[in-house]
Design a protein. Sequence first.
Length: 378
Amino acid sequence: MSETSRIGILYSTTGPYGAMGRDATLGAKFAFHEYRQNGGNLVEPVFFDPHANLPAYLEGARHLIREQGCRQIVGTITSAARKEALPLVEKHDGLLWYMCPYEGFEANENTIYTGGCPNQHLIPLFEYLIPLYGAHPYLVGANYVWGWEMNRLARELVGNAGGTVRGERYLPFEETAVDRLIADIEEKRPSFILNNLIGPASYAFLEAMKKLGERNSAFLPGNCPVASCDLQESELNEVSESAAIGQLCAASYFDTLDTPANRSFKSRVRTFKPQIERVSSMFAGAYTAVTMCISAIEACGSDDPTAIRQEILSRRWPGLFGDMAIDPSTNHAALPFLLGRINAERAFDIIASRPPRKADPYLTGVATGREPTLKVVK
């Protein structure tokens, strides 16, 4: 391989989910930093920031593919942004690397999914919550496909458990007026709350739930927890101090993961940027996707998407998420389940876990059967 290949990095660093995009961009930069430190010089990044403007993701994909010659793009946070960029990636037969948790019901030949789908986050989350708190949740969500689909699946899970959904409400990303929502939750008395809100709406909701718990102990986190599948370490600084303590989040990575690989990774990250207090799943996910993409390009001797896909599917990829295998039938990664409880240091204490499980984006049952037992930390 003699010519330089380019990888497009497509994340928004401003707007309602800017905290996640900034960490993802930084994770991508760290992957290239390590690559160059190890003598690599044949793959380089090209960054495009859509600034959370949905049509700009298509513009960004066009710029990266047509003007910069990128056949691989690592990026987008929301499913809406992914769906905006993907048709152009398909048209040019490129590869989009998507590393965020999402709502499933997609398996595209031009996408490598290294983020979790519902059988890897929502379903094991409910397997933990329902036996402990009951099958009568309240569902809140962002008013787009993530919130809609996650809450639809939650209704099915609750129905299968013989429970009832006490309420269901949706808010735009930047809506922070949550008083009526909180009043409805207080009236309906759910057993727990599934929070699929995004950005400022989620932060305002967590702050309001803390105040509700202070005046009504039935809504303290130990009695009626707020659980999410999309809250990141990078966002906890956006929430008022102590507002989120005790609340829960499902993920495939937390900074507090105590493994040799993660301890080494965090040490290298803090040498790279000493000011980083905690490594978020956004940072780790983007780092992992970029590192895999670079490794595949070097192994193939080119950035040809067909060759890269075959290389990615041909073996396991050791890293922060364990030995990651990408299923050739869905292009999805097998991922572990971790459940974190927010502590006073604005980090997550891991209170339950499960080893990597195969993705089942359409919930066909192919990934069910003899699943590993959910390990709960007492």
